[in-house]
Write a protein that binds this ligand. Structure first.
Ligand code: PLP
Length: 411
């Protein structure tokens, strides 16, 4: 039956992880996947989240709080109401009470599921001609649109200037201004851009909002790193809130709790559609729920409770905000330390971008053949584009990583 089926390549994230797992070197370094790691290279279980999980499990065992489940019942298809509201408030902050009547939100299978559901919803309802994706972007963005909405044409706007290793804002603006058409979707990462580590300034976000408004483009935000750019979730949602304040646009937002809660495998996320008019909200929610029912029926029920609890409990929320700051400080520290080591070695090329870039990733400028050597000769794993997930750096490996980079760029 399947004899004509040809194998398709796995994506690079899959391959980098597989290569890292297969590498038996005791001092291998993981600069591949976007997972925040502690100074010992372990995926960090945030203390605020762990405390909540443990407390919830004890309460659950004692069956002391009726609002916590003492069984494994389904949660509603659109998600756990307390979680959905907590997700909305985290995203919109003080703007929430003004916009809530225009907001249609559902729980999703993490950020990827939110991107997928939003794509499927737009493809079925608005049937856009094209979607504009940053070049480069998170590799799954193109794949999701390609597989979910094959009739929508993928188009790419320039995003990164390889010379200055900064955002190519004029290239991005020019492409969208001159080539995007009314009704096209524009995919935007709200903060801590993956893979470049470069974000627009507030002024540039305002220009992008003007452009979307003027041309009738549909902004589709992906916010997977709220808290990772500045360390403060309210600041990192600035772009989304600015678009929301305009009131004139319908905007779509895919929200992930994988990174900022360290709940990667729990698959916690939400999709929000902020409509320009309140009257359409119930129709949007019912259509989203229909898509959910057809795909996975209802979302997972455990991680969302942890997120809701942390965000609703003032004490736990304070602890979580401190955890975010701690991740942010460590990332800045390892960026600075790698930069200083390369300076000490007098490594050719400039490396200031390592400290200028924001969040978990840097486009290092390392070339594919150099990345290959780093993997094969020095057991340092990253993407062939030179993207490094800098959270994999720590005080035990920075000197070795710097020395290895120094060797491969000199040869
Ligand atoms: N969006 C971006 C830009 C990402 O980098 C990621 C994960 O790496 C996601 C969305 C989705 O992550 P998840 O599905 O784990 O929430």
């Amino acid at each position: 039956l399947f004899s004509s089926l040809t194998p398709v390549p796995y994506d690079e994230a899959y391959n980098v992880k597989a290569d890292f797992d297969a590498d038996v070197h005791p001092n291998k370094v993981n600069l591949g996947i976007g997972v925040y790691r502690d100074n010992d290279g372990k995926a960090w279980a945030l203390p605020s989240v762990e405390l909540t999980r443990r407390q919830s499990e004890i309460i659950l065992l004692q069956k002391a709080i009726p609002s916590l489940p003492n069984n494994h019942d389904y949660i509603p298809a659109g998600g756990l109401p307390q979680f959905v509201m907590a997700a909305q408030k985290l995203l919109f902050g003080s703007l929430y009470s003004d916009i809530r009547c225009r907001l249609a939100s559902v729980q999703t299978i993490s950020g990827s599921g939110a991107c997928h559901l939003g794509t499927s919803f737009l493809a079925k309802t608005l049937k856009p001609r094209s979607v504009w994706i940053s070049d480069p972007s998170w590799i799954n963005h193109s794949l999701i649109w390609e597989v979910t909405a094959p009739d929508v044409q993928l188009k790419f706007y320039p995003y990164f200037d390889a010379g200055s290793k900064s955002i190519d804002f004029s290239g991005m603006n020019l492409a969208l201004e001159s080539r995007a058409e009314k009704g096209d979707v524009v995919l935007l990462q709200a903060c801590a851009h993956n893979p470049t580590g470069c974000d627009p300034t507030h002024e540039q976000w305002k220009q992008l909002a003007d452009l979307c408004e003027k041309k009738g483009l549909i902004p589709f935000f992906d916010i997977a790193y709220q808290g990772f750019a500045s360390g403060v979730p309210d600041e990192d949602a600035w772009s989304v809130r600015h678009f929301a304040e305009r009131k004139s646009m319908d905007i779509v937002i895919a929200q992930s709790f994988s990174k900022n809660f360290g709940l990667y495998g729990q698959r916690v996320g939400a999709l929000h559609i902020l409509a320009s008019e309140a009257s359409v909200v119930s129709a949007i929610v019912s259509n989203l729920v229909r898509l959910i029912r057809s795909e996975y029926s209802s979302p997972a029920s455990w991680g969302c409770r942890i997120v809701a609890k942390v965000l609703e409990d003032p004490d736990l929320r304070e602890k979580w905000l401190r955890d975010l700051k701690q991740m942010n400080h460590r990332i800045k520290f390892v960026r600075q330390a790698l930069f200083e080591e390369l300076q000490k070695l007098g490594t050719p090329r400039t490396w200031e971008h390592l400290i200028r870039h924001i969040g978990m990733f840097s486009y290092t400028g390392l070339r594919p053949e150099e990345v290959k050597r780093l993997k094969h000769e020095y057991h340092i794993h990253m993407f062939s584009s030179g993207r490094a997930s800098v959270a994999g750096l720590n005080t035990h490996n920075i000197i070795r990583v710097a020395k290895s980079i120094d060797i491969v760029v000199r040869d």
